[in-house]
Write a protein that binds this ligand. Sequence first.
Ligand SMILES: [Fe+2]
Ligand SMILES: [Fe+2]
Length: 190
Amino acid sequence: MLAGIDTSAGSDGDHDRALIAILAAAHAGELAAAYAYRGHWRSRRGAARWDDRREIQRIEAAEWHHRRLVHGLLAELGSGPVRWRELLMATIGRFFGALCFVGGRFGPMYAAGRLEAMNVGQYVDAAAHARAGGRAEMAELLDEMVAEEARHEEWFGDQVRGHPLLPLVAAVGGWRPPATPTPISASVDH
Ligand SMILES: [Fe+2]
Ligand SMILES: [Fe+2]
C-alpha cells in the first residue's frame, strides 16, 4: 500500500499533475499485469487446474479493460502513456509470465497478490487526488477500479492462504493475504 496523500493541500493543477503521474504508472503497470497473467494462466494446464486458468484469464481481461479506462482518463487530463515505462513494464510482465512455466503454484500466486495490493493503493491515491481536484466522476470510476483490484487481491490471497511458505515469504515480501471476513456463525454466537 502506498503512503496516504495530503488532499487538503495543493491546487487543482497540483492534483491533476499527481493524478497524471499515478495514472501513467498504472497504465504501464496494467500492461505488466496483463502479460504476466497471460503467462500465468497458460502455465496452469490440465483439468485439475482448470478453475485457476479460467479465473486468471478473467483477471487478465479485467486488466486490459482497466488499461483502456486509464488511457481514457489520461486523455481527459490532456496526457497519455509514457513510452519508456510501457516498454519496461511490458518486458517485466512478459518475463514474469514466462517464469510461471518454471516455478510452482505458490510463487506466481503470491507475486500476483502483492501486485494487486499495489494496484489497490495506486487507485486509492488516484481517486483521492481526483476528488480533491474536483473531478468527482473520475473519482467514482477509480473507486470501482479499487474494488475490482481488491477482488483480485483477495482471490490471489485465497490461493496462498495457509501455505507453509507464506509466513517466511510474507516477512520478506511485505504482503500477506487480506483478512477474511468473520464467519457469520462466529459473529452471532454470543
Ligand atoms: Fe487492473
Ligand atoms: Fe488487478
